[in-house]
Design a protein around this ligand. Structure first.
Ligand SMILES: [Zn+2]
Length: 204
């Protein structure tokens, strides 16, 4: 007697680290997809159709999620986010003014180092200054939503302070600060408040 049937076999496509909503922390995951197999004596022998879409499976709790779950930043990514956002914000503002100003550049590097990116240096700043404007805006928008409003305000504050090192804000510096504030998902009122506080402190 021949025993045959069908069975779903799951394949692992890729692996990585994600924030598991059930475990509440960073966990290893497998990106998987199921496929129907024709079985002979319970052994899958012939692959048939793919079943459903890809999903993310937590190695720890075995919970399954839609791949959209990978858009949530991991705890490790969050820890680096303030420094990364600072870099982007500062580079945007610096290049709208005199980005050759040595004092402004030194301060920019120092602020990013303080925020946790200890390896940041003038060469890193030059690289950030050369990145495409639109690419940076998208990256900032994605990262900003994960931070508290106070953290986003302090990032804009640091950028404003650096823009003020070489004197009064130029029109283009002010416009860039407003755009960066918007990318950081701050309101107009918050942006105006942060800039005027930075102005008062710098005396310009
Ligand atoms: Zn889990």
């Amino acid at each position: 007697m021949i025993i045959f049937g069908w069975r779903v076999v799951f394949f692992t496509l890729t692996r990585g680290t994600f924030h598991c909503p059930d475990c509440g922390g960073d966990r290893e995951y497998r990106r998987r997809q199921g496929r129907n197999f024709f079985t002979l004596f319970f052994i899958p022998v012939i692959p048939l159709t793919k079943t459903g879409g890809e999903f993310i499976e937590c190695d720890t709790c075995r919970g399954r999620w839609n791949p959209g779950v990978l858009n949530v930043p991991t705890t490790a990514q969050l820890a680096h986010m303030p420094a990364m956002l600072l870099r982007l914000a500062i580079a945007q503002v610096l290049r709208s003014g005199d980005y050759t100003n040595a004092a402004a550049r030194a301060r920019a590097v120092g602020v990013v180092q303080q925020a946790g990116d200890a390896g940041y240096d003038d060469a890193g700043l030059t690289a950030d200054l050369g990145r495409p404007f639109e690419e940076v805006r998208v990256e900032m928008g994605n990262a900003a939503s994960a931070l508290a409003p106070e953290a986003r305000e302090s990032i804009l504050r640091a950028a404003a302070e650096i823009a003020l090192i070489d004197g009064q804000l130029s029109v283009s510096e002010e416009e860039t600060l407003s755009a960066v504030g918007a990318d950081l998902q701050l309101t107009r009122v918050q942006v105006t408040g942060v800039i005027s506080m930075a102005r008062q402190e710098s005396g310009h």
